[in-house]
Design a protein around this ligand. Structure first.
Ligand code: MN
Length: 198
């Protein structure tokens, strides 16, 4: 089955004023839609791979056919990352119950926040900053370039933030730090907690 653009489950304006409706609409209906279209375009060359889940493809990039491994990494990664990203956004959620999961890897929620934001600000160019869990169930903050997905590195994503300029330039221009502070106000902590509990 061909991959499809998932519905947001909320209005483009739902995260105003922290993330503006115009950015959300272009980000979802243009950028994310293009990743889906280009992923399908690549898989059309090897339609048997439509039977595999996106997670399986991204987790085994080294064994997918060489002629489409780069498009799967970029566009499949883009589809995967953005599909997650939309579920991690919601207004008026409090980080209830989060802190106990962050310890001992982080001393407190504030410690985690400071490190996550610093990593997001200092990442050079396009990419993502993630809270991930490794195979030993240790939590860590990483940044990845482009649309590389944590699952390609065997890491389980818990929380991710898109650092591409397309995610913030309309409203914040070059002010990435301001974008990240605003994004912090619309984290869907219920979804983060659900992922921490898995
Ligand atoms: Mn994006």
């Amino acid at each position: 089955m061909k991959h499809e653009l998932p519905k947001l489950g909320y209005e483009y304006s739902a995260l105003e004023p922290f993330i503006d409706a115009a950015t959300m609409e272009i980000h979802h209906s243009k950028h994310h839609a293009t990743y889906v279209a280009k992923l399908n375009e690549a898989l059309d060359k090897h339609p048997e791979l439509y039977d595999k889940s996106l997670e399986d493809l991204l987790a085994s990039l080294d064994i997918v056919p060489e002629d489409i491994s780069v498009p799967i990494r970029n566009h499949g990664g883009g589809h995967f990352n953005h599909s997650l990203f939309w579920t991690m956004l919601k207004k008026d959620k409090e980080p209830l119950g989060i802190e106990s999961f962050l310890q001992p890897d982080f001393s407190s929620l504030d410690d985690f926040k400071a490190k996550f934001i610093a990593a997001g600000i200092s990442h050079f160019g396009s990419g993502w900053v993630w809270l991930v869990r490794d195979k030993d169930r240790k939590l860590k903050i990483i940044t990845l370039p482009n649309q590389d997905a944590p699952i390609s590195l065997g890491l389980t994503p818990i929380l991710g933030l898109d650092l591409w300029e397309h995610a913030y330039y309309l409203k914040f221009q070059n002010r990435r730090a301001e974008y990240i502070e605003n994004w912090w106000q619309v984290i869907n902590w219920e979804e983060v907690l659900r992922r921490l509990e898995m």
